[in-house]
Design a protein around this ligand. Structure first.
Ligand code: NAI
Length: 650
C-alpha cells in the first residue's frame, strides 16, 4: 500500500510510503483521495495526521510524469479536497517537503516540523512554477518578500525559518509524529487557507525592485518570470482565478523546451555516479584527508573537506607558507559562519579538525592525500614521492592537476593502483563539479573511493580519461580557440563576449582571460611553442597583448581597459592591434552577428565534445553536458552543448 491509514484512538494517521522520496505520483494521489473520503465519512475520527515513511516527507512531484498527459486525480483537485475537509489535517514533516510536497503540506491546516526538516518550492529549477496552488497558498501564509524569494529562487528554508515566516506551526521538540498527533487532538475546526487574503507586499516599490533583481539574474529563463507573475496574480486576483492561471502557466511551461532541457540535466546529474566498473565495490572509509599546497586550490579543497566533516592535515613548503594556507582556510570558514551556513560550534570544531604543517611526517594517519601544488610535472613527482614515503600502504593519493598527464604521475610512484585525479574547480568549496581522472592502472577500490568521496562533499563526480585538459578545460580551450579565430576573422573581443553573455554564460571568454591574468596562458603557450604543429592556425593577439604588458585586470589593461575600477571597456588600442593582425595575415574581416558568433562557438564546443566521446575521455554526452553546466556556467536551462546538438544519450 502506497498510502495506508492507521489509528491512534480518534486520530487517523495517513502514511505515504512511496520510496525513495515519497514523490506524489498517481498512486499517492489516488491513495490520498481515498483517505480523505474515508476519514470524512468516519464519524469516530476527529482529525487526521499526514506523515511519510522512510527518510523524507513528499520530496516533490514524480518527475517521470512530466512527459505524459496529466492523469486524474490531479494534485490541485486533491489539495482542494484536503483543504476543504471538515476535519483538521496536520502534516508531520521530516526530511524535505519540496514542490508538490510543500504544496500538500500547505493544503493541510497545520504543519509540525522535525528540527532538521526543510521546505521549498524548487519548481523553477526544473523550468516550471508550482502547479498545485503553491503560488497562491504560500503568500497566504508568509510575507510577500519571503514568498518571492522562495518561489523565484527555489531555495528551501529550514524548519525554524519556516516557523518564523509563518509557514509552519512549530518545530517538534522530540518526535514529530507524536507531536503532530497531540496537535490533532486539540486542533479547532479548520478554515480553508484559500478563504484568507494573501499578504500583499508591505512596500510594493521594494518588492518590485527585488523581483527585478531576481529576473535580471535569471535573464533568458521563462520560469522565474512566470513565478513573479503568478505571485502578482495571488495578490491581485481572487483565489480561484489565481489558481486557474497558475495551473495554465504550469502546464504550458511543463511542455516547453526550457523545462525539457532542465529535466535532461536533472537526470544526467543523477547518472554520473553510476559506474558499472565499481558496482558492488566497497569504498575505503575516509576520515582524515591530507592536502599538499595551501594556495588557491589547496585551501579551497581543505575548506570543502572540513565543511563536510573531515579532519584535514595541510602540508606546505615552509612554516610561513603553512601559516598563509591556514589563514586562507580560516577566512573561508569565517565567511561561512558570517553567512549563516555553519553555526559557531561547527566553525569551532572545524577549526579544531584542521592543522597545517611544513613536515610531510604529519600525513601519517591520513586516508586520502590530495596534491595541489604548482602545475609542474617535476614538482608533482617529487611531492608524490614524499607523500608515498609518509602515508600508510592503503592511503589513496590524488592529484588536482589541470592539464598534466596523470598516467605519468601514477607511473612515477611505487603503487599506481592508488593514484587518481581529483580535479576540483575554483572556488573548490563552492563549485559542484569534481572531475575524477581515471589513470590506466587505478584500482576499482580507489575509483569507488573517489566517487564516494565526491558524493560525501556533495559534489557531482564525473569520470574523465587522461588527456590534456580532461573534459571541461578541453572544451573551454576549443571555445577559446574559436573565439580567437573570430577576432581575427571580423569580430571584436567585446562583441564575442556580449554574444555569449547574451546566450546565458556568466562571463565572456576574453573577460575571463583578463580576470585570470593573460600572462598565465602566455607562459603555457611559450612552453608549448616547441611542440606546436606549424601547420595549425595560431592567433598571436594574446601574445602581443602580453608583450605590451597588458596582462588583464591586474595591470589595468588586457583585452579590455580597466580604468578607475571599471568592469572593463573596449579599448581602441586593442581594436587597432586586432585589425593590424588580420591585415598582416591577409584576412578580409567580415562583421559577425551575435547569432553567428554563438553558433560558431557552440559548434566548436560540440565538435570537441564529439572528439572527447570518440576518444573515450567522457563516458557519455550527458556527462559532458553535466560538466559544462557545472564547471563554467553553461546555461543550465539550455541543457548543455551536447543536448543542444541533439546527441544526448539519456
Ligand atoms: P597556487 O600557486 O595558488 O598554490 C600552490 C601552492 O602549492 C603554493 O601555496 C605553494 O607554496 C605550494 N607548494 C608548492 N610546492 C610545494 C611542495 N613541494 N610542498 C608543499 N606545498 C608546495 O596554485 P593553485 O591555483 O592552487 O593550483 C594548484 C594546482 O591546482 C595546480 O596543479 C593547478 O593546475 C590546479 N588547479 C588550479 C585551478 C585554479 O583555478 N587555480 C583549478 C583546478 C586545478
Amino acid at each position: 500500500m502506497v498510502v495506508s491509514l492507521t489509528r491512534d484512538a480518534d486520530i487517523a494517521i495517513v502514511t505515504i510510503d512511496n520510496p525513495p522520496v515519497n514523490a506524489v505520483g498517481l498512486a499517492v494521489r489516488q491513495g490520498l483521495w481515498d483517505a480523505v473520503e474515508r476519514t470524512e465519512a468516519d464519524e469516530t475520527i476527529r482529525a487526521v495526521v499526514l506523515a511519510c515513511a522512510g527518510r523524507t516527507f513528499i520530496a516533490g512531484a514524480d518527475v517521470t510524469e512530466f512527459d505524459q498527459a496529466p492523469v486524474a486525480p490531479h494534485l490541485p483537485d486533491l489539495l482542494l479536497l484536503i483543504e476543504r475537509a471538515t476535519k483538521p489535517w496536520v502534516a508531520a514533516v521530516h526530511g524535505t517537503a519540496l514542490g508538490g510536497g510543500l504544496e500538500t503540506a500547505m493544503a493541510c491546516h497545520h504543519r509540525i516540523m522535525d528540527a532538521g526538516a526543510k521546505l521549498g518550492l524548487p519548481e523553477v529549477t526544473l523550468g516550471v512554477i508550482p502547479g498545485a496552488g503553491g503560488t497562491v497558498r504560500l503568500p497566504r501564509l508568509v510575507a510577500a518578500e519571503t514568498a518571492l524569494q522562495m518561489i523565484t529562487t527555489g531555495k528551501p528554508i529550514s524548519a525554524s525559518e519556516a516557523v518564523q515566516a509563518g509557514l509552519a506551526d512549530a518545530v517538534a521538540v522530540q518526535d514529530v509524529l507524536a507531536e503532530a498527533i497531540d496537535l490533532a487532538r486539540t486542533a479547532p475546526a479548520p478554515t480553508p487557507l484559500l478563504d484568507r487574503a494573501a499578504q500583499a507586499p508591505t512596500d510594493p516599490v521594494l518588492w518590485d525592485a527585488a523581483a527585478a533583481k531576481i529576473l535580471k539574474k535569471a535573464a533568458g529563463q521563462t520560469a522565474p518570470k512566470a513565478a513573479v507573475q503568478a505571485l502578482r496574480n495571488a495578490y491581485e486576483m481572487d483565489a480561484q482565478a489565481a489558481l486557474a492561471a497558475e495551473r495554465e502557466t504550469f502546464l504550458t511551461l511543463r511542455s516547453a523546451p526550457q523545462s525539457a532541457a532542465l529535466r535532461h540535466i536533472f537526470f544526467a546529474e543523477r547518472a554520473t555516479a553510476r559506474v558499472d566498473r565499481i558496482k558492488g565495490v566497497a569504498p575505503r572509509p575516509l576520515n582524515r584527508i591530507g592536502i599538499i599546497g595551501g594556495g588557491t586550490m589547496g585551501a579551497g579543497i581543505a575548506a570543502a573537506c572540513l565543511l563536510s566533516g573531515y579532519s584535514v592535515q595541510m602540508i606546505e613548503r615552509d612554516a610561513d607558507a603553512a601559516e598563509a594556507g591556514k589563514a586562507r582556510v580560516s577566512g573561508t570558514l569565517d565567511g561561512s559562519l558570517k553567512r549563516g551556513l555553519i553555526s559557531t560550534e561547527q566553525h569551532d570544531s572545524m577549526t579544531r579538525a584542521f592543522a597545517a604543517s611544513d613536515s610531510y611526517s604529519a600525513l601519517g594517519d591520513t586516508d586520502l592525500v590530495i596534491e595541489a601544488v604548482f602545475e609542474d610535472m617535476e614538482v608533482k613527482k617529487k611531492v608524490f614521492a614524499q607523500i608515498e614515503a609518509a602515508v600508510g600502504p592503503d592511503a589513496i593519493i590524488a592529484t588536482n592537476t589541470s592539464y598534466l598527464d596523470v598516467n605519468e604521475i601514477a607511473a612515477s610512484t611505487g603503487t599506481p593502483s592508488r593514484v587518481v585525479g581529483l580535479h576540483f574547480f575554483s572556488p573548490a568549496h563552492i563549485m559542484k563539479l569534481l572531475e575524477i581522472v581515471v589513470p590506466d592502472g587505478v584500482s576499482d577500490q580507489t575509483l569507488a573511493t573517489a566517487v564516494a568521496f565526491a558524493k560525501s562533499l556533495r559534489k557531482i563526480p564525473v569520470l574523465a580519461g587522461v588527456c590534456d585538459g580532461f573534459i571541461a578545460n578541453r572544451i573551454m580551450s576549443a571555445y577559446r580557440r574559436e573565439a580567437e579565430y573570430m577576432i581575427e576573422d571580423g569580430a571584436l573581443p567585446w562583441e564575442v563576449d556580449a554574444a555569449m553573455v547574451g546566450f546565458g554564460l556568466p562571463m565572456g571568454i576574453f573577460q575571463m582571460g583578463d580576470l585570470a591574468g593573460l600572462d598565465i596562458s602566455w607562459a603555457m603557450r611559450k612552453r608549448q611553442a616547441a611542440t606546436r604543429d606549424p601547420a595549425e592556425r595560431y592567433v598571436e593577439i594574446g601574445d602581443k597583448l602580453c608583450e605590451m604588458g597588458r596582462f588583464g585586470r591586474k595591470t589595468g589593461r588586457g583585452y579590455y581597459l580597466y580604468e578607475d575600477g571599471s568592469k572593463g571597456t573596449p579599448d581602441p588600442e586593442v581594436e587597432a592591434l586586432i585589425l593590424a593582425e588580420s591585415a598582416r595575415k591577409g584576412i578580409d574581416r567580415q562583421p559577425m552577428t551575435a547569432e553567428e558568433i554563438m553558433r560558431r562557438i557552440l559548434g566548436a564546443m560540440q565538435a570537441e565534445g564529439r572528439k572527447i566521446l570518440a576518444e573515450g575521455i567522457a563516458r557519455s554526452a550527458d556527462d559532458i553536458d553535466v560538466v559544462m553546466v557545472n564547471a563554467y556556467g553553461f546555461p543550465r536551462w539550455r541543457g548543455g552543448p551536447m543536448y543542444m546538438a541533439g546527441s544526448t544519450d539519456g
